[in-house]
Structures are given as C-alpha cells and as structure tokens.
Design a protein around this ligand. Structure first.
Ligand code: PEP
Ligand code: MG
Length: 589
C-alpha cells in the first residue's frame, strides 16, 4: 500500500512511503536491487496441427529440466541452509509432477493448439485462482508456489533461466543491498542467501509465505505483501526498511534517513546487549525463577534453541513430520526424530505435542474439507478417530523417553472423556511397547494444551487429572473472540489483551497453582516481549516461544518485579474492561 510521497534526500524523485507486513525484525538502509519481472505474460500463438505433439514434448522437456534443476539444488544444499528450504523445494518438484498442471496444459496444446508457454500459463493461472480464492490464508499462499513453479518452467522454455541474478552486480559500492521482487521462489531464495543481501521486500506473500519463512530462518529483515512496490522502485534507489512495523521508504527525506539511522544504531546495540543474556538466569527482581523454553517444528531446530539459551523445548509441533509427505511417517522415523531432540537437549525437558492436524494444517492424503475445519475433526479428535496413527506416535514418543525428559502434550482437549481416552491410548502404547521393546522403561508425563474456552473456564478436573498444562493462546484467542486467526480481514479483532482472554489465562494459572501443577504458555503471546510483564503479572512462570524471541523476553523478566506486577493487575483485572497499560508499562492495543 502506498501511504504518501514527499521530496527525497538522495534523488530527484519524491520520497514514497509504503506499508506491508513486517515478517522479520530489523532495520536496513540500502540500495534497491530489483529482481526481473516475475510474470505469467507469455507469447501467444497457435501451433500448426502437425506440430502439437512436438509442442507437448517441448513443454514436457522443459518441465523435466526445471525439475532436475530443483533436484540438483536440493542435492547441493549447503549444510547451513535454512531448514525449511529442502521440504519446500520438494513441494515445488511435486507440483511440477501434478497431472492437473501437466495434462491440463497438454490438453490445451492438443485441442486448442496453444503454444507451450501459453498453455502452461493458462492452466497455471486457473490453478492459482483456485488456490487464491480459498479462505484459508496458508492455502491461499500456496497459489504463490504454483506461480513460482510455472515461472521456472517458462524461464527454461524461453532460455532465460539464469537471468535472475543478472543485474545483481550493478552496485559496486559497499552499501547494503535490498532485494525488491514481486515474489521470491524458495530456489531463488537459496541463491540470494549468501549474505549479499540485507533485506527482502516482496509485493506478494504473507507471514506464512516461503519468503517469510526462509527470511526468518536467515534472520534478514523482510517485509511482504507490499502490493506494488516492485513497479515503483528503480534499481539503485535508496530504501529504508523496518522489518518490525512493515514500513518501507523509497528515496527517503533527510529527516527519515537520520531518524532510521538512529533507530538502526539503537537496534544493533540492543541486539549486542541482548546477546550477553544467553547464559543469564531468567529471574525477576524479586527472585522468581522463570522457565524460558523454545517452540520447534523440526528436530534440527533443537540445536538453535539450545544455543539461544532455551531451558527446554516447550512445544515440539510434530505435525511437520507428517505434512507434505505421501505416506505417514513410520514409528521408527518418528522415534529417530523425537530421540534426536531429546538427546540434543541433554536432560532438559522436551515437550512433544501429539499430532495437531486439521484446521490450517492438513495431511496430503486428506481430501475431505470440513464445513468449518477449526471446529471440526482436528488435533486430539483426529488422533482418537485414527487409533492406529495415534498408537504409532505414542509408541515412538515412549521409546524416545528412555533418553531423557519427555513430556507428552495433547492438543485441543475440551472434555474429560477425551482425557480418559488419551490415557487409555497411552496404556495401549505402553503394553505394545512391553512386547516390542521390553528393554525400554518409558518415563514421561502427560499434559494438555488449554486452547478452548471450555477447558480454560472449567479447568479444575483437568488440573487434577493431568501432570501439566500449556496454554495455547493462538487457538484460545481464536475460539474466545470468534476470530479466524488466519483471516487477514478480521485480524484487527484478534486481541491477546482482550479482558476475556486475560481472565481465562488468569483462571488457568490460578487453578494450576491451587492444584500444584505447572502451567506454561506456548502460543505466540508468550514470545511477545511487550506482553511479558502482563503475563508475569498474571502469575505465569513458564514461557515457550520461537528461539529468536527468548532473549527479548528474558530481558523483560530480569527487569520486572513480579509481585508488584501481580498486585497491579489483581486490582484491575476483574473490574476494568481493559487492563490499564500505564499500570504495567505495557503496550496494549
Ligand atoms: C496455540 O494454539 O497457541 C498453539 C501453540 O498451537 P498451534 O499454533 O500449533 O495451533
Ligand atoms: Mg493450537
């Protein structure tokens, strides 16, 4: 979105300010490197009838070439590549084998005599539109993957596959370079990851787009969803990027430049000071010990969690072992994944969440779409409906528990019947293990996520029956406020500081205290440093978040007096319609 334009400091062009979605924090000031037009505009002509088979072959050869290029990129992925990259590139290879794309395009060539580029772009556009019309944000963004895959084949067809980086040598000065693109395919992202670029800006994409995911793992500031930036920026323009707020300034005025130079300096100093906290104890000014753990999605992330000072894994989202696969992972595969995390964490607790599939995360072989997936057969409901799948996962987790400290976490519980059914499934897994691996003595605790108002309001029986609770605020907020967490059209209503949400959280923590069971929080709210004091004031003593957020939260913990915060909140929580931000010195909406 273009917000405004004024006179710029560095060129004759007026300053433009744009706003997108900041997905990786950090400030970069540098020169624009505009990536080649990424478009499905292609030559259109009719192929003589006698040549249609050859034209089909031309398309199939290009698809095969694009696919083997991707395969060699995957094979040569350097060891320090972002973890998400290989699976994403695999998905792109699978898309290249999709019969809807291939057969549909060949049909257009054979029956309508379209040239290969025209056929592929037409068929691809239809598929993209199908995806982009879906209400689920994650699925909408997959339309972007299809576009990227098609562009790759089109580049092979036109012989321009290697032009992507052609203009990247146009700035010999040592100013940071900022990639401006319509969208960046994961394979191209790999070519951009060698440290030459200090920020990424794209017109398309949202927080779960691959540009965002890969930029996050590279820790390079990024803003996505900028709309039409690419058309408004020229190669070499000066850019200011704020990866936190999503603000982008093109050819900034001298005032903006100076303001952001100062902010950048402050930000870098802050990061340096924060790095000193890695080994520090997370203890409040009044001596309360706070547990700071990490959320991970892949086993390989455990290392990073550990070196960021995580005291354990508070949430291992195991569904990422299941998604994007043709078949379900075997017990052995799962056992290897879980035990590798447990070994890496060397005695620190590892909380493994059982499969949370459904809603915004689906398995490849699931073809049915629920009327309302967020309220459908998801998470524990799905696992109890698929006892074999659940048994396999539980057995793998129990086997891994022999190597360290495992906590089994059950998502989306709403009733005690479900808890009893889970206990039964766990005993089956235990019995099965006695037969298959009698030498293993599993040792683990069982807890549940508090993600539904049903559980948060009447939490006592759950606190009595389970070993621990972990508040999943992402879903708890979604279900309390009736706001789809992935729908950008209602995102302004998604408010973690809504009084109803805070009272539910407070209730769960108080009941946990009363029953003497640990209560943790593993939703996004736990990693938002501006909310740490609020959560300490509610009595929370265990937080789990993305490992990159741990030090920011630790800084807040170290500088807070939890008893004072508890007093400040107790007097307002049950009376005020909003928590008074000045009381806690926090920023509420
Ligand atoms: C949550 O709901 O807060 C949570 C951590 O689970 P997920 O985001 O994986 O649904
Ligand atoms: Mg959840």
């Amino acid at each position: 979105m273009v917000l405004s334009s004024t006179n710029s400091a560095s060129s004759n062009s007026p300053m433009l300010s744009m706003s997108g979605q900041g997905v990786v924090k950090g400030i970069t000031i540098g020169k624009a490197v505009v990536m080649g037009a990424s478009t499905l505009e292609v030559p259109h002509y009719y192929v003589p009838i006698k040549d249609v088979n050859n034209e089909c072959d031309r398309l199939l050869t290009a698809i095969e070439k694009a696919s083997s290029e991707l395969l060699s990129i995957i094979d040569m992925l350097p060891g320090d590549s972002p973890l998400e990259l290989a699976p994403v590139l695999d998905v792109h290879r699978l898309l290249l084998q999709d019969p809807l794309l291939i057969d549909g395009s060949c049909e257009l060539i054979r029956h309508h005599r379209y040239n290969a580029e025209w056929a592929l772009a037409t068929q691809g556009q239809a598929l993209i539109e199908q995806f982009t019309s879906l209400s689920d944000e994650y699925m909408r963004e997959r339309g972007g993957d299809i576009r990227q895959v098609i562009e790759r084949v089109l580049a092979v067809l036109s012989g321009t596959a290697d032009d992507l980086l052609a203009n990247f040598s146009t700035h010999p000065d040592d100013q940071p370079r900022i990639v401006v693109a319509r969208d960046i395919a994961p394979a191209d992202m790999l070519r951009l990851r060698d440290g030459r670029f200090s920020a990424f800006l794209t017109d398309l994409g949202g927080p779960t787009s691959h540009t965002a995911i890969v930029a996050r793992s590279m820790n390079v500031p990024a803003v996505v969803g900028l709309g039409s930036l690419r058309n408004l920026v020229r190669d070499g323009d000066t850019l200011v990027v704020d990866g936190e707020t999503g603000a982008v300034f093109v050819n900034p005025t001298i005032q903006i430049l100076q303001q952001y130079e100062l902010l950048q300096k402050q930000y870098l100093q802050e990061r340096e000071t924060l790095a000193l906290l890695v080994g520090a104890k997370a203890e409040t000014l009044d001596g309360i010990n706070v547990q700071l753990e990490a959320n991970i999605e892949l086993p390989e992330e455990a290392d990073k969690a550990l070196s960021s000072g995580a005291q354990g894994i508070g949430l291992f989202r195991t569904e990422f072992l299941f998604m994007g696969k043709k078949s379900l992972p075997s017990e052995e595969e799962q056992y290897l994944a879980y035990s590798s995390v447990v070994r890496t964490m060397a005695g620190k607790p590892v909380t493994i969440r059982t499969l949370d599939i459904g809603s915004d995360k689906t398995l490849d072989n699931e073809s049915t779409v629920a009327t309302n997936p967020a309220l459908g057969l998801r998470a524990v409901r799905y696992c109890l409906d698929q006892p074999e799948l659940f048994l396999t996962q539980l057995k793998a987790i129990l086997r891994a528990s022999a190597f360290g400290h495992i906590k089994v976490l059950i998502p989306m519980i709403t009733s005690m019947q479900e808890v009893h059914a889970v206990f039964e499934a766990v005993s089956h897994a235990r019995e099965a293990l006695l037969i298959s691996h009698p030498e293993i003595k599993p040792d683990f605790s069982v807890g549940a996520m508090v993600e539904t108002p049903a559980m948060a309001i009447a939490v006592e029986p759950f606190a009595k029956a389970l070993d621990f609770l972990s508040i999943g605020t992402n879903d708890l907020i979604q279900y309390t406020l009736a706001v789809d967490r992935t729908d950008p059209e209602v995102s302004s209503l998604y408010d973690p500081t809504h009084p109803s949400v805070l009272r539910l959280i407070s209730n769960v923590i108080n009941v946990g205290d009363r029953f003497g069971i640990p209560v943790s929080m593993c939703g996004e709210m736990a990693g938002e440093a501006q909310l740490t004091r609020l959560l300490l004031g509610l009595g929370l003593k265990s937080f789990s978040m993305h490992y990159q957020q741990i030090l920011d939260v630790k800084k807040q913990v170290i500088n807070s007096h939890s008893t004072e915060l508890r007093y400040a909140l107790a007097s307002t929580l049950n009376h005020a319609s909003r928590v008074d931000a000045s009381v806690l010195n926090i920023h509420t909406k």
